[in-house]
Ligand binder design. Structure first.
Ligand SMILES: Cc1cc2nc3c(=O)[nH]c(=O)nc-3n(C[C@H](O)[C@H](O)[C@H](O)COP(=O)(O)O)c2cc1C
Length: 216
């Protein structure tokens, strides 16, 4: 089986997405005869050549982090590069990994819906979306889940549904916790990192600007 593992993080090999794909690749390789190619989508000039590799692959995994509640622009650019090949994907299975800093599943669900629709538009088979909330780092439990999904992939060519459910069971924090978190984020300490970034970029005084607000 030929797999293409695409890393849609702007950080490429140094980011968290790369570690998740390492765990997946290790799981896939545990079965004999699997051929894995990896591509970093932050090399935008290589997108055309990755599309050619994709057309020769059978299972395509596109993994990306949530940046400002959406997929990174480089991932979107790669998806746009598939447009001229619509209807050449009947023999391809597309699986996705979406990981977010926030731990609740709900942040990734809108993009998950888009990915289901995207696969339909491409005319490919949908192999599932693995959502990993709280994705700031890899831990042993997460490694085990992703590794197991990889190991099962050679049999089923889709992501294991049970593992997907186990990966991020928290949909939303309970109401009480949401209230506490909302108060905590207003404390100066919670803002200190972002404030330091704003100051470092000379933007602190403009932090409440609304440049697109209608004047009329
Ligand atoms: C510019 C930027 C925007 C982000 N926006 C979100 C967001 O909207 N929601 C979220 O849950 N996490 C957000 N995160 C956290 C990332 O999704 C998380 O750290 C992820 O593990 C990064 O993966 P990477 O290292 O492969 O790029 C953001 C991170 C950055 C750097």
């Amino acid at each position: 089986m030929r797999y293409l593992l695409c890393n849609g993080s702007p950080k490429g090999s140094t980011g968290n997405t790369a570690r998740i794909l390492d765990a997946l690749a290790e799981g896939i390789s545990s079965a004999p005869g699997q051929h894995i190619i990896r591509a970093n989508l932050n090399r935008v000039q290589e997108h055309e050549s990755v599309v050619s590799t994709l057309l020769e692959s059978e299972v395509i995994i596109i993994a990306f982090p949530l940046y400002t509640d959406a997929m990174p622009g480089i991932t979107m650019a790669f998806i746009e590069a598939l447009r001229p090949h619509i209807d050449r994907f009947e023999t391809h299975t597309f699986c996705f990994i979406v990981q977010s800093g926030f731990p609740e599943r709900i942040h990734c669900e809108p993009v998950e819906k888009y990915l289901v629709r995207l696969t339909e538009i491409l005319g490919a088979k949908y192999g599932g979306t693995l959502i990993l909330g709280g994705g700031m780092m890899m831990n042993p439990k997460r490694f085990q889940i992703v590794n197991h999904i990889g190991a099962r992939l050679s049999d089923t060519h889709i992501f294991d549904e049970t593992c997907i459910k186990k990966a991020t069971p928290l949909i939303r924090f309970p109401v009480v916790s949401r209230g506490i978190i909302s108060l905590a984020t207003k404390l100066p300490i919670a803002q200190s990192f972002w404030d330091s970034q704003l100051r470092a970029n000379g933007a602190y005084e403009h932090r409440f600007d609304r440049p697109y607000e209608s004047k009329g």
